[in-house]
Design a protein around this ligand. Structure first.
Ligand code: TXA
Ligand code: MG
Length: 309
């Protein structure tokens, strides 16, 4: 184990905040059993206190100790997808206090697969509460540099782990109410979940930050337009930064070309949105991705990043 990770575990034990890489996005971690540490986490994130946070563990056994009931479907999903980009919402045990669940009777559990996250969780030995390591309402960080830009000195340590492999936040499945509800689409698709437990809905009854409109938003106004309308929008002559599948248009100064494969697209998405945002244009134009199910997670994040209508 690296000395950096050992130091990170010590910081967590002392109630500090450690930003660390996961396979989805970078997280900002605090000791999930310490009210003081979690309070500081919320303050730094500028996150409302009633928004629950996901708790991270080194193993499924550790995670399930935070649940009062573990349905068979949860065990099967964990076996299949943990460690990995899946969060399970289960009825909470007495370990999960109000200050991590936002007062809800359920708790979000995740066992990440990134080697640095795993090392940290093992070295710390306990549960780590970790939202994405950005300020509330901004695009999630997928590199350590993004974290430093967003949080500056507010994280006591930022662990380096390269660019996040998945690039968008974990799939969230709520099993706390007897059926399976998809609260947030991610790299693990609805179809993959459905093969194990029938997904009965995609709505969230509870308040969760990913469910707020324009949550993953750049500062520059962004619009999503179908491919055939892209040309018409550009012709209006505004200064635009474009995210598209097609080749650059010479009238546009800032153009990022995206891959036609959804996983690679997701991997690059947040870094691309940050780049487009810093281009200093009046507007961001995003070419809409296909309607096919494998694009669901990317479409979800783009919809939130863009103005509706
Ligand atoms: O990939 C990820 O999940 C990343 C990495 C760092 O693990 N974390 C992440 O956390 O995206 P955050 O806080 O940005 O988003 C967590 C989402 C929120 O929408 C939150 O409301 C929801 O999970 N959530 C957590 N606990 C919940 C609960 N008990 N019931 C419903 N939603 C919950
Ligand atoms: Mg977030």
């Amino acid at each position: 184990m690296s000395s950096e990770v050992r130091r990170a575990a010590q910081i967590l034990r002392a109630g500090g905040l450690v930003a660390f890489p996961t396979e989805t996005v970078y997280g900002l971690g605090a000791d999930a059993s310490s009210e003081k540490a979690v309070a500081r986490l919320y303050a730094v994130k500028r996150r409302p206190a009633d928004h629950p946070v996901i708790v991270h563990f080194a193993s499924a056994d550790d995670a399930f100790a935070w649940a009062s009931e573990v349905p068979d479907a949860a065990r099967t999903l964990a076996k299949q997808f943990w460690p990995g980009p899946l969060t399970l919402i289960l009825k909470r045990s007495s370990k999960a206090k109000d200050f991590v669940t936002g007062g809800q009777p359920s708790v979000g559990l995740r066992v990440p697969s990134h080697p640095v996250a795993r090392e940290l969780l093992k070295a710390f030995g306990g549960a780590v509460a970790a939202p994405s390591a950005n300020r509330f309402g901004q695009v999630s960080p997928t590199t350590a540099a993004h974290v430093r830009e967003d949080l500056g000195k507010d994280a006591d340590l930022v662990l380096e782990g390269g660019p996040s492999e998945v690039g968008i936040e974990s799939t969230i499945v709520d099993l706390s109410g007897g059926s399976a509800v998809l609260l947030r689409p991610g790299a693990i698709t609805r179809r993959e979940i459905d093969a194990i437990v029938r997904v009965t809905g995609e709505q969230s009854a509870v308040r969760h930050s990913g469910g707020l409109e324009r949550h993953y938003a750049p500062r520059t106004p962004a619009r999503m337009v179908p491919a055939h309308a892209l040309d018409r929008e550009i012709a209006k002559g505004k200064s635009v930064a474009v995210l598209a599948f097609s080749r650059p248009d010479e009238r546009v100064d800032f153009w990022l070309r995206m891959p036609r494969e959804p996983r690679t697209y997701a991997q690059k998405l947040y870094a691309a949105l940050r780049e487009l945002d810093s281009a200093g244009c009046e507007q961001i134009l995003v070419e809409a991705p296909p309607e096919a199910p494998e694009w669901a997670a990317v479409r979800d994040r783009l919809k939130r990043a863009c103005e509706q209508g």
